[in-house]
Design a protein around this ligand. Structure first.
Ligand code: ADP
Ligand code: MG
Length: 384
């Protein structure tokens, strides 16, 4: 299966060749919600060719019909998912190949990034009718384990935890905060539930229950907090015997992460980052940005210790690990600013892979000057 990588390479090969120190970046546009349609939201994002994202800025709503001073920005990613994309398509394009690596004893991680309401939880967890990446990955994992059951013995353990306000909690067995400790295997959350899973059926219910344990914002008591990060860790251990009856054990870990809403902490450069750091915004999200910046710049020191989230993800971010980012965006012009920030951030994350070999493209089209491309995009947007 070919993936549009721009260089025509097989996705699997690329994961191998890069030794894991690259990030695959995807964008998922969600459909317009009913409420949004009713309150007169306009669509300002269009995904074309499963790759290109066009973001239109309506400078003045009244100017819309006269098409005056309208800017269209263009971004391109490993794959971009239009609003019609199914959960399974998102899963198989972003995470399917990671599973193979995990079964071979490597680590992988998939992050959903984006503003509150952009579709992160839908993408990761989904609903009973339309399960998301977490559930589909586990389903796929059990199928693959069954296929390989003759080669050796696999065990699958699940942990589901939350980082909220620099406190780590067990979502499968809520109680006192967990303490992070460093041991031979790296950072571990002491006492974290490791749920031995035998089948897919039990998992969706388990995860939904876990999700209900996520911290709720005091002011909006029914809504899970936009400041909480949820991490599902799937640990696969594979045991087999070699020719001389030695037992060989391999452990691979897949981390699936539903990040806190990015609207409160956007920082794509070090200066903004520092100014935000004083403001007690989402420390873990800022620390993640710092680590990604350091990885992008090829720094020796990656500041994992700066937050609970990055400590927990240390072995799933750099090193021998494959990382996938899914940037979730809303189509509504009311979310223009957040969408623009998310796309810039995703564009930056891409550099880990393409440093020095791909131009960071940002096309600004003035309608009055170069109408053709902008008109095309506009026409497409009006179809929505
Ligand atoms: P977030 O977790 O980023 O805050 P949610 O995943 O909760 O956002 O999505 C906000 C709303 O939009 C939810 O009602 C969700 O069901 C809906 N939604 C998000 N993405 C999609 C999608 N791809 N298809 C259909 N509905 C979606
Ligand atoms: Mg959410």
């Amino acid at each position: 299966r070919k993936l549009s990588m721009g260089n025509g390479a097989e996705k699997g090969e690329n994961f191998e060749a890069c030794g894991g120190s690259r990030i695959m970046v995807f964008v998922r546009l969600r459909p317009m919600g009913k409420k949004e349609r009713e309150n007169g939201s306009r669509c300002c994002v269009k995904v074309l060719n499963k790759r290109d994202v066009y973001l239109t800025e309506f400078t003045n709503d009244n100017d819309y019909l006269r098409l005056k001073r309208l800017r269209v920005r263009h971004f391109t990613f490993d794959s971009s998912f239009p609003e019609t994309t199914t959960q399974r398509e998102v899963y198989s394009t972003t995470t399917g190949d990671l599973l193979e690596a995990v079964l071979e004893g490597r680590n992988g991680s998939v992050f959903c990034y984006g503003a509150t309401g952009a579709g992160k939880t839908y993408t990761m967890l989904g609903t009973m009718e339309n399960p998301g990446v977490m559930v589909l990955a586990i389903k796929d994992l059990f199928a693959k384990v069954r296929e390989r059951s003759l080669d050796g013995n696999h065990t699958v353990h699940l942990s589901y935890l939350e980082v909220y306000n620099e406190t780590v909690r067990d979502l499968l067995s809520p109680g006192r905060p967990l303490i992070l400790r460093e041991d031979k295997q790296g950072i571990v959350a002491a006492g974290l539930t490791q749920y031995r899973a035998y089948s897919t059926d039990e998992v969706m219910a388990l995860l939904q229950r876990g999700n209900q344990n996520r911290t709720t914002e005091p002011t909006r008591c029914n809504e899970t907090s936009s400041r909480s990060h949820a991490i599902l860790q799937v640990v696969v251990e594979y045991k087999t015997r070699d020719g001389s009856k030695n037992i060989i054990s391999r452990v691979g870990k897949l981390s699936l992460i539903d990040l806190a809403g990015s609207e409160r902490a956007i920082a794509t450069d070090q200066r903004t980052l520092r100014s935000l750091e004083g403001a007690n915004i989402n420390r873990s999200l800022l620390a993640l940005s710092s680590c990604i910046n350091a990885l992008v710049e090829g720094k020796k020191h990656i500041p994992y210790r700066n937050s609970k989230l990055t400590q927990l993800l240390k072995d799933s971010l750099g090193g021998l690990c494959n990382t996938v980012m899914i940037a979730n965006i809303s189509p509504s012009n009311h979310s223009f600013g957040e969408t623009q920030n998310t796309l810039h951030w995703a564009d930056r994350a891409k550099e880990i892979r393409v440093k020095g070999c791909e131009v960071n493209e940002e096309v600004v089209v003035q309608v009055s000057e170069g109408p053709d491309q902008a008109k095309l995009v506009l026409e497409l947007q009006e179809e929505n």
